[in-house]
Design a protein. Structure first.
Length: 234
């Protein structure tokens, strides 16, 4: 490869990366406008939302981290923490449309993975247990996951898509899709819109009817498909 070809290859690569990141940031702004009833204009979101500022700096830091520029990546991440109170390790993989509301005290660990269109409130930790070492120590969130204020999700496991983690919960193991988990340690109290009782509280009367649960899941799926057909979902 001659010099000319190297310059063209690098320019194309950076151009593509910049285009991808600008598109991602645009989607982050759209997500805030859609999900925060308090957001009055795009200008307000761009200028005043610390969650967005942290995310923009993370996208730059993550790009540097992937190019093995670990020190500058970490420096940007620490600067972002100083400015916003939100610490996102440059190694964390974050999907489109994340909304970090209020933000202060949010910590997102190095090997965390966050899907698309998630919402995270202040004081949330996506961390390790302190006992795990090695490649993957932090949680993975599916798409459309909501994590309430102060919730701690600790360890290498998955919170399924469309699930909600209640404010103040401490989650230590997998949470299935379409569920709500509350408490310390967190327990699933709702699945596919139907309340679930912990095994120790079940009696002969309260045992959930598996057919009802299945019908509930199917009803939810049909509603989702109807919304898709009507063009409400992307
Ligand atoms: C969990 C949450 C998302 C609601 O999800 P949901 O699927 O609609 O769940 P429900 O409201 O039906 O609650 C299900 C059960 O969990 C309980 N619950 C809800 N939130 C809880 C919490 N934070 N801690 C403990 N229990 C909680 C409810 O009382 C209910 O209990 P019950 O079945 O005995 O009546 C919501 O309560 C929450 O915590 N949101 C976070 C919002 C937040 O952090 N806001 C900060 C703004 S600054």
């Amino acid at each position: 490869m001659d010099k000319h070809e190297i310059v063209i290859t690098l320019t194309t690569a950076f151009g593509k990366a910049a285009y991808r990141d600008i598109k991602a940031i645009k989607e982050d702004i759209d997500a805030i406008c859609e999900r925060d009833p308090a957001a009055r204009s795009r200008a307000e979101v761009i200028l005043l939302y610390s969650g967005l500022h942290a995310l923009i700096m993370h996208r730059i830091a993550h790009a540097l981290h992937k190019k093995n520029l670990k020190f500058p990546a970490r420096a940007i991440s620490q600067f972002a923490k100083f400015i916003t109170g939100i610490e996102i390790h440059p190694g964390a993989k974050i999907g489109r449309g994340l909304f970090i509301d209020h933000g202060s005290g949010v910590v997102i660990g190095e090997t965390s993975i966050i899907g698309n269109n998630c919402t995270i409130y202040q004081g949330v930790t996506l961390g390790g247990t302190g006992k795990e070492t090695g490649c993957k120590r932090h949680p993975t969130l599916g798409d459309n996951v909501l994590v309430g204020a102060g919730a701690k999700i600790l360890g290498n496991f998955t919170v399924g898509s469309n699930s909600k983690i209640a404010a103040g919960a401490v989650v230590l193991c997998d949470v299935p899709e379409n569920s709500t988990a509350v408490g310390i340690p967190a327990k699933v109290v709702k699945r596919d819109g139907i309340k679930v009782k912990p095994a120790e509280e079940l009696d002969q009367i309260d045992i959930p009817d598996p057919i009802e649960v299945e019908i509930g899941a199917l009803r939810k799926r049909v509603e989702e498909l109807e919304r898709k057909l009507n063009g409400d979902l992307k």
